[in-house]
Design a protein around this ligand. Structure first.
Ligand SMILES: [Zn+2]
Ligand SMILES: [Zn+2]
Length: 72
């Protein structure tokens, strides 16, 4: 399970503050605005997230507790 953190817009590694056409920025914004597949809150910035096997994203803590419940 690879864990990553989305940097906030305007920060050193984050996307541009204003809407822009950069592929990287658009991708980060898209992930940040999509819902966690486990708790359904938006992924957001500056928190640990993980990509699940099906390519969807979840908060790292949500994924961990889901795995625990599954007995893995
Ligand atoms: Zn940009
Ligand atoms: Zn979550």
């Amino acid at each position: 399970m690879s864990i990553t953190t989305l940097s906030a817009p305007g920060s050193e590694y984050g996307p541009c503050l204003d809407p822009c056409g950069h592929i990287d920025c658009q991708e980060i914004r898209h992930i940040a605005q999509s819902p966690c597949v486990i708790c359904f809150l938006t992924i957001g910035y500056d928190c640990e997230i993980t990509m699940l096997e099906d390519g969807s994203f979840a908060h790292a803590i949500c994924a961990e507790s889901a795995l625990e419940k599954a007995g893995k």
